[in-house]
Design a binder for this molecule. Structure first.
Ligand code: NAD
Ligand code: UDP
Ligand code: UDP
Length: 320
């Protein structure tokens, strides 16, 4: 597909944070984009600037129901991604991942088209090996508060590989690690948006636990490049493939960088660690480097500065 142009591409969850950037990217590459979203965590305003483009179409639809459209390629992103959102209605979260995957795979099967699944580092759970390679099977609690998301995504991966083996479908799976950037939801409780909003409002900055747990943060533009490269691979490249930034920082370090970049007077305060919160997370991206020739380009400081600028310029919306 790489810059070939002329395809009609379906993006489920296209009005969300990552989906809206993917819509922009594929339109810029010369494709037609059909954005499907039920606006649970996404919003029309995330793609409002694309509506005047005749090659862009927005459809309000819930992927847990069948969808009959004609497209050449499918990116399946529909699923709430932040713990606050996916735990709000956990049964619907599992349905979205599992029934949504079945419907989109059924669509891909009927049309005989390629389909890519946005999976997650959460399939590794609270990992016992570090960094995580794609071969690691994970350490996931099947009955906890995060399970609707983790197990839903694990089952979606199973479905992708079974449709491939059973129906010879061309499937691709990427495992996304923590990603941040403009259009993150300001109130979704994720650490980057929380810390930036708290710093901009000069409120206390909340560190859960001792703040020594680690994450690796990937800027959204880098991630989208990884998606597009994965979709463009030859049929026998199935993944799963880790897409994320291998530079690891503690949550405390992240907070200090946000305070520095915003010049905020906020103080750090400590709050209880949520249940099942992974202690460490960092992708091993050797496979992405080898297979996709991909690695992140945007450093954390630079990406945070761009994200802070977005939150500042959308502050009225963000504060609501
Ligand atoms: P997001 O919440 O901004 O986007 C998800 C989109 O899916 C929203 O627009 C939402 O309205 C839509 N959606 C939810 N349920 C739906 C349904 N039943 N039918 C149709 N649309 C539905 O989150 P995001 O960060 O953009 O995440 C996009 C995808 O990437 C998700 O599948 C998520 O699991 C995955 N992911 C994201 C991250 C990250 O750090 N952002 C990390 C790992 C995986
Ligand atoms: N499906 C869809 N759009 C299509 C084709 C199928 O939404 O264009 C859905 C349909 O609801 C079906 C699911 O995808 O239940 C799985 O399709 P598949 O062909 O694998 O299974 P079957 O139709 O035999 O249940
Ligand atoms: N976190 C924090 N303060 C916050 C929000 C989150 O210390 O205000 C921590 C959280 O406990 C976790 C890390 O930051 O250890 C990343 O949390 P997020 O919800 O963004 O992502 P995930 O846990 O899914 O990786």
């Amino acid at each position: 597909m790489q810059n070939g142009g002329g395809k009609r591409i379906l993006i489920t969850g296209g009005a969300g944070f990552l989906g809206s950037h993917l819509c922009e990217r594929l339109l810029a590459d010369g494709h037609d984009v059909l954005c499907v979203d039920n606006f649970f965590t996404g919003a029309r305003r995330n793609v409002a600037h694309l509506l005047p483009n005749a090659r862009f179409e927005l459809l309000r639809h819930d992927v847990t129901f069948p969808l009959y459209v004609e497209v050449d390629e499918i990116y399946n992103l529909a699923c709430p991604a932040s713990p606050v959102h996916y735990q709000h209605d956990p049964v619907q979260t599992t349905k979205t991942s599992v029934i949504g995957a079945i419907n989109m795979l059924g669509l891909a099967k009927r049309l005989k088209v390629k389909i890519l699944q946005a999976s997650t580092s959460e399939v590794y759970g609270d990992p016992e090996i570090h960094p995580q390679t794609e071969e690691y099977w994970g350490n996931v609690n099947p009955i906890g508060f995060r399970s609707c998301y983790d197990e839903g995504k694990r089952c979606a991966e199973t479905l992708f590989f079974d449709y491939r083996r059973q129906h010879r479908l061309e499937t691709k799976v990427v495992r996304i690690f923590n990603t941040y950037g403009p259009r993150m939801h300001p109130n979704d409780g994720r650490v980057v948006s929380n810390l930036i909003m708290q710093a901009l409002r000069a409120e206390d900055i909340t560190l859960y636990g001792d703040g020594q747990q680690t994450r690796s943060f990937c800027y959204v533009d880098d991630l989208i490049e990884g998606f597009v490269r994965m979709m463009g691979t030859v049929p026998n490249v199935t993944g799963p493939i880790n897409i994320g930034n291998p530079v690891e920082s503690t949550i405390r370090e992240l907070a200090e960088t946000v305070i520095d970049l915003t010049g905020s007077s906020s103080k750090l305060v400590y709050r209880p660690l949520p249940p099942d919160d992974p202690r460490q997370r960092r992708p091993d991206i050797s496979k992405a480097r080898d297979v996709l020739g991909w690695e992140p380009k945007v450093a954390l400081r630079e990406g945070l500065a761009r994200t802070i600028a977005y939150f500042e310029s959308h502050s009225a919306e963000a504060r609501s």
